[in-house]
Every structure is written in structure tokens, then in C-alpha cells.
Design a protein around this ligand. Structure first.
Ligand code: G3H
Length: 486
């Protein structure tokens, strides 16, 4: 595919950000960033050294002390300015997101604007978090002369590791709560997504954020990955990405707080009484937007056998209407982030077909572009029933009861979200209460937003909670000061 846009000059070498300055690494080495649809190198980022990681952590600690003393109103001003700068730079950043991770320009622009909204809401939330006071005599035998003041204090230096699929939004979703609550941040962008992350930090630099509070570390995972997560100067880690990496990270990290948002196998449960057209609309958008490269994508349909044929027909019609091709043409189904991801999906499809699944539509590939694929007659012996494809393939599993749908949902190693489609609200709540996931969507697609809702993964889908208030809480701790009145 050939690009028609040109803001991003070819093969710019991007510097990393250390103590308020843009620098080249002493390593003299860079990493190539190849566009998933242009199939050419669109830029290079620094492959920094362990010594530079140490410097970043030291600068962050130094800066954090003063930042924690800075008034909330003062911190808020920098973050509001950051949001404004992002809006000003939305076209430039959106084009980079598109080229770097292959997301349509419209979605990329939405991501930038959503991020500015996220930052502003984070500030507002922090401004209204007042802590509490407790009286001693509310406990038996306690004294009226004791009063506890419970407030939240920053943890110190936060390591923020976002994924490739929202290189700006999911990065800022860690940076903004960390900064507003008085922390400094070591920002390790996904390598594919690093240029977008760097651009986002340019906006923060323009906003005049004091030096040292944000330091970007880009580089080879084999050199700085484990070194970073085991670094004694890191006080908390917020990671979003694959379950295997998350599990590896959890083993490496010592006694510091950790928030993990990992993979999913979100089901769309379609009950016998569902409005099938409405359900299909949500399932298609849930499963195929950005080629299914979302942790919250609908990754399997559990449909009651009595309505399965009708639903499959409707889904087939909708899948065939999806636009497939270049993100520059605004297509919904775009080339996957790399060839390895496309290979994995093909393995899942082949495994299912070998065990008796049928192709309703799709199963076509051009390089790393997988056409939207609907598989019917999927059963529990097939890998695609359980594994996360992170791509545009949707398996249909026919069930004979709501109970069976609940059991299949709960057998999963994942527990991110689930959608339930039914006209019976009592049934919806009854199913929702029995399924082991962080969030249940009734008559809607699985999704993280609106961003102030708590966002929780259980089992293999994560640990801890995000969502604006939850993220602020996770990056602060409670501190109690007791006043003993004389
Ligand atoms: O990929 C994981 C994201 O947190 C999903 O966010 O539901 O807004 O697409 P989304």
C-alpha cells in the first residue's frame, strides 16, 4: 500500500527524552519502526543502555520530590496545557499513529481527542479527592480526643508500559493519573508505537512540564526490559499488554504495587430472546473494529441454538459489508501489526477447520492483512474457542442453554468483559451475576470506555483496576496522621 499523506518524513531518527532534553543514546544504536501497511521503515528510535535507564530513574526521583510539594492547582495547570497541546497537534499525532500502528486516521484522531478529554477529567477528579477524617470515639473504647486525617500521597516513580494498539491513549491513561497525584514517570512505550508516544511527550514538553518528571526509555526488551521492571528505583508498575508478558513481569517484580491489564476472550452471549439485529450490530463493531486488535474485542459468540442460524446469517451480511484495506482509506479491517500476528491467526483458523468448524465468510489473507473471518460450528476442542487471536476472526459456539454459555465463559483462562444480549433484564442480571469477568455489558459491545468507569481484568486478564479514579488510587497510597487533642 502506498501512503498519500506526508507529514511524517521518512526514516527520521527520534531522540529519547531525559531530564527535559531530547538525546541520542550513547549506544549509538537505533530500532527501526516499520509501518504495518506501508511495509517500510517510517522512523527509528533510540536503543538506550542500562546506564541511561539508571539516569532516567535518578532524574525522576530528583524531580519527584519537588513535584510532590507543588500544589495540586499548579500541577493541574501543566496537565490542562498538555491536553490543549495534544488537541493542537491532533492531526500530526493522528497521522503518526496511523502510519505506525495502522489505525484509521479517524480512529487515530479520536484517540488523541479522547486522550485530551481523559487528561482533563483526571485533573478534575484529582481536584475533588479530599481524603477523609475519622473520629477516635466511633470505635468502642476509643477516645474523642483522637482524630485521624487520611489522605493520599504519591508512590514516587511509576513505570508506565502501554501497548501498541493505543500508543497515545493508553500511555496517557497511566501518565496523567501518575503526574497529577505527584509522581514522576518512566515511560516505556511499546516499540511499535514509540514514535506516537514520543510525539505525545513533545506536547507535554511544550506544556512546560518541569524537567525529569517524565523520561522516555526506548530500546530492546532484551537489554532494558527485565532491568527496568526489577529496578530498585521503580515504586509502582502499570502495564497493559499481552498475558504472557504480564505473567512474566509479575514474577520479576518484587514487593511493589503492580497493575496489569492483559488479554481477554470476551464472549458475546446471545440469548434466545435477544434482538438479533441489535446484537449483531454490537458484535460486529466489538469484534472487528481496528481488526479486532483490542483487548476488549468480542472474541467469541455464544449463541442459543434456537436462534443461531438466524444470527449467523445476519452476522454474515454485516461482515461482508466491512471495509477491508488501508487505514488511509478509513477501512475497519486493516493489516495487522505484523506478520507474526497474522501467522498466529491462520494457525487458529486451520486448527478449527481441521476439527470440523466451517467458514461462513472470510479466511483470506494478503501479507499481514487477514480478511474478516466468521467461523461457525466451533466447539471446545478447538484452540480458537479459548485463545485470544487479537485479529479479525470470530468463532460462533452454539449452546443449548444460558447455563452452558455461563460455563463456557467461566472455563476461560481470561476474565476481562462479557456482553449479554437479551430483552429480559432479570435474565441479564442473573447471567451477569454468575460470570467471572471484570465488567459485563448488557445489550452493548465490550469496551473500556467511558474512561472514568472502573476497568478491571480478573484471572488471566489482569490485576488491580484502571479507570480514572481507580488509576489515581493505584498510584497513591493512603497516609494517616493522627491528631491527639489535649
Ligand atoms: O486493548 C485494550 C484497550 O484497553 C481496549 O480499549 O475498549 O477502548 O478499545 P477500548
Amino acid at each position: 500500500m502506498v501512503s498519500t499523506l506526508s507529514t511524517l518524513s521518512k526514516e527520521i531518527t527520534h531522540k529519547f527524552y531525559l531530564n527535559g532534553e531530547w538525546k541520542e543514546s550513547q549506544s549509538g544504536q537505533t530500532l527501526d519502526i516499520e509501518s504495518p501497511y506501508l511495509h517500510e521503515v517510517i522512523g527509528k528510535v533510540q536503543a538506550i543502555t542500562k546506564e541511561e535507564v539508571d539516569q532516567a530513574v535518578n532524574f525522576a526521583h530528583e524531580a519527584q520530590k519537588g513535584w510532590a510539594e507543588t500544589s495540586l492547582q499548579e500541577r493541574a495547570k501543566y496537565l490542562y496545557k498538555w491536553a490543549d497541546e495534544l488537541v493542537n497537534m491532533q492531526n500530526e499525532i493522528a497521522e503518526i499513529i496511523m502510519k505506525e500502528v495502522g489505525k484509521s486516521l479517524k480512529d487515530a484522531r479520536n484517540e488523541v481527542v479522547r486522550t485530551a478529554d481523559f487528561i482533563r477529567y483526571t485533573v478534575e477528579e484529582a481536584l475533588h479527592m479530599n481524603g477523609e477524617s475519622m473520629k477516635g470515639d466511633s470505635f468502642p473504647g476509643g477516645s474523642k480526643s483522637k482524630v485521624a486525617i487520611v489522605e493520599r500521597v504519591p508512590l514516587g516513580v511509576i513505570l508506565a508500559i502501554p501497548p501498541f494498539n493505543y500508543p497515545v491513549n493508553l500511555a496517557a491513561a497511566k501518565l496523567a493519573p501518575a503526574l497529577i497525584s505527584g509522581n514522576a514517570v518512566i515511560f516505556k512505550p511499546a516499540t511499535q508505537g514509540a514514535i506516537s508516544g514520543i510525539k505525545m511527550i513533545e506536547a507535554l514538553h511544550k506544556a512546560g512540564l518541569p524537567k525529569g518528571l517524565i523520561n522516555i526509555v526506548t530500546g530492546r526488551g532484551s537489554v532494558i526490559g527485565d532491568y527496568l521492571v526489577e529496578h530498585k528505583g521503580i515504586n509502582m508498575i502499570s502495564f497493559t499488554g499481552g498475558t504472557n508478558t504480564g505473567a512474566h513481569l509479575a514474577k520479576k517484580v518484587g514487593m511493589i504495587p503492580l497493575v496489569l491489564e492483559l488479554g481477554g476472550k470476551d464472549p458475546g452471549i446471545v440469548c434466545e430472546d435477544a434482538d438479533l439485529h441489535e446484537a449483531a450490530k454490537h458484535i460486529i463493531s466489538g469484534a472487528f473494529s481496528y481488526s479486532g486488535q483490542r483487548c476488549t474485542a468480542i472474541k467469541r459468540v455464544l449463541v442459543h441454538e434456537k436462534v443461531a442460524n438466524e444470527l449467523v446469517e445476519i452476522l454474515k451480511g454485516e461482515v461482508n459489508k466491512l471495509s477491508v484495506g488501508s487505514p488511509e482509506e478509513g477501512c475497519t479491517v486493516v493489516p495487522l501489526i505484523d506478520n507474526k500476528s497474522a501467522d498466529f491467526i491462520q494457525v487458529l483458523i486451520a486448527d478449527a477447520l481441521g476439527k470440523g468448524a466451517t467458514v461462513v465468510t472470510g479466511n483470506k489473507r494478503e501479507d499481514n492483512l487477514i480478511y474478516p473471518t466468521l467461523l461457525d460450528d466451533v466447539n471446545d476442542t478447538m484452540r480458537v474457542a479459548w485463545e485470544e487471536p487479537f485479529g479479525p476472526v470470530l468463532p460462533i459456539i452454539r449452546v443449548s442453554s444460558d447455563r452452558e454459555a455461563i460455563d463456557i465463559t467461566n472455563e476461560s483462562e481470561f476474565g476481562l468483559q462479557a456482553s449479554i444480549f437479551t430483552k429480559d433484564i432479570n435474565k441479564a442480571f442473573s447471567i451477569a451475576n454468575k460470570i467471572e469477568v471484570g465488567s459485563v455489558q448488557i445489550n452493548g459491545r465490550t469496551e473500556r470506555g467511558p474512561d472514568h468507569f472502573p476497568f478491571i481484568g480478573v484471572k488471566g486478564s489482569g490485576m488491580g483496576a484502571q479507570g480514572i479514579r481507580k488509576s489515581i488510587e493505584s498510584m497513591t497510597r493512603e497516609k494517616v496522621t493522627v491528631l491527639n487533642l489535649i
